[in-house]
Design a protein around this ligand. Structure first.
Ligand code: PLP
Length: 478
């Protein structure tokens, strides 16, 4: 494809995106297809000869689009927001066009330096402790953009594991793996499954600590578990607290958890704020970030609640030397003349890295902190509106404390009829929601996700939910 063709087709794609975004509500939010639908309409082998762009774009609309779940649809209330916006797409387009692989300062100085600057902007915007801000006086900390929150949790756990093993090892020369059976990590039953996955990959034990009726980790049980494990000869080395749990958007008490961790110096406290961490951009949400000064690391995804498209997940650590010593390898082919510049390859798993800071830079500049605050406040107000509607209807109940954009609700019936309600909502194609088990009960998660969500979207959704529920209650004579 030459430049002229790229320009022509590029404009067509931008036009397509604009048309898609403007008329997205005319589409069903999610398809009702069966697995294998695409195999039936797309050839099993790649074409031998070039095909026309026109045909590809036509097939995109006719074959791919019917299988798309529209995460940026006004009636998409599932999971958490996918965090997307035009400024972010534009930043990402430039990143794709440049195509530099910024693993070291030398491999792309602008990517390395902008990432440092943007991570500091971001940390300051969220009011994070100075220890995480690399340009704060005396700080040894800093941050880097990873691909996902799961990656942030894994990187933190591996770093904590390396620190704990070094302490256990002292001057001995035995292999690090000898200490693995000693190590034990902790997370609440409401923590995301990525914690379990990280422990599995790192070959360390994970103790699940119960949560209270609000979905917060029981700190008394955490402390008890740590004490018992120490008595049993184990080495507690890693605790994950969650701010904004996936099931119910509950906020663990970081201060209390931090105090427990401080009693044993080798415990690394990681705070997972994949979704809700971004809400600390609002001063009124910072009651939930109190205690972050105890944390060794913290992650939040701008690709969930900061209008930045996937992938972008921010991880900050209190001491970057911990990361570097856990993940550092230094082959000759990666050395360069400016080793005093930041080499982000030491901050995560992959060597190659996309220029993710660019889209975040666009987002911060186009919206400003005020614009981002307004966006989150709108989600909060709409979630409160939905909560109020549910609470006013005695056939329903709200099960979580609504602090941000997520409302977990259910009919006051059995789990089976709530399951049916969700199935009918999703099969309609007109709205999309997901289930969770919160505080032992099956709930339907209603999360405000759309960038330009309005009260009308919420009222319409509630009206449809009630219609489905009425049918179910009538049929079941409940
Ligand atoms: N942590 C929490 C609290 C989450 O809610 C999620 C996903 O929703 C994750 C971690 C995993 O995020 P990712 O998909 O970025 O790995």
């Amino acid at each position: 494809m030459n430049v002229d063709e790229f320009q022509k087709y590029g404009r067509e794609v931008v036009d397509y995106i604009c048309e898609y975004s403007t008329h997205i509500e005319e589409r069903d939010v999610a398809p009702t297809l069966n697995p294998g639908y695409l195999k039936k309409i797309i050839p099993a082998d790649a074409p031998q000869s070039p095909e026309s762009f026109k045909d590809i774009l036509k097939d995109f609309e006719q074959k791919i689009m019917p299988g798309i779940v529209h995460w940026n649809h006004p009636k998409f209330f599932a999971y958490f927001p996918s965090g997307n916006s035009f400024p972010s797409i534009l930043g990402d387009m430039l990143s794709s066009a440049i195509g530099s692989i910024g693993f070291s300062w030398a491999s792309c100085p602008a990517a390395a330096e902008l990432e440092t600057i943007v991570m500091n902007w971001y940390a300051k915007a969220l009011g994070l402790p100075k220890a995480f801000i690399s340009d704060a006086p005396g700080s040894t900390g800093g941050g880097a953009l990873q691909g996902s929150a799961s990656e942030c949790v894994l990187v933190s756990l591996i770093t904590a594991r390396a620190r704990a093993i070094n302490e256990l090892k002292g001057q001995t020369t035995v292999h690090d793996s000898v200490f693995l059976p000693n190590l034990i990590a902790y997370a609440s039953r409401e923590a995301h499954s990525c914690v379990e996955k990280a422990a599995k990959m790192a070959l360390v034990k994970l103790r699940i600590v119960d949560a209270d009726e609000h979905g917060q980790m029981r700190v008394d049980l955490l402390q008890q578990a740590i004490e018992n494990d120490v008595t049993a000869g184990l080495t507690p080395f890693f605790v994950v607290a969650t701010v904004g749990t996936t099931g119910g958007c509950a906020f663990d008490d970081i201060t209390e958890i931090g105090r427990v961790c401080r009693r044993i110096s080798s415990i690394w406290l990681h705070v997972d704020g994949a979704y809700a961490g971004n809400s600390f951009i609002l001063p009124e949400m910072r009651t939930f970030s109190a205690g972050l000064e105890f944390a060794d690391s913290f992650n939040t995804n701008p690709n969930k609640l900061l209008l930045t498209n996937f992938d972008a997940s921010a991880l900050w650590v209190r001491d970057v030397m911990n990361l570097k010593s856990a993940l550092n390898v230094n082959p000759l082919y990666l050395r360069h003349d400016h080793m005093n510049g930041v080499d982000y390859r030491h901050y995560g798993i992959p060597l190659s890295r996309r220029f993710r800071a660019l889209k975040l830079w666009f987002v911060f500049r186009i919206y400003g902190i005020k614009g981002l605050q307004e966006y989150i406040r709108n989600h909060m107000a709409l979630a409160k509106k939905f909560e109020m509607l549910v609470r006013k209807d005695e056939r329903f109940e709200v099960r979580n404390d609504v602090h941000l954009g997520l409302v977990c609700f259910r009919m006051r019936t059995d789990d089976e009829s709530n399951h049916l309600l969700l199935a009918q909502i999703n099969h309609s194609g007109k709205m999309h929601m997901t289930p969770a088990k919160f505080n032992g009960r099956y709930v339907i998660r209603f999360c405000v996700t759309y960038e330009h969500a309005t009260e009308k979207d919420i009222l319409e959704a509630w009206c449809q939910i009630k219609n489905f529920a009425e049918e179910i209650l009538r049929d079941a004579k409940l």
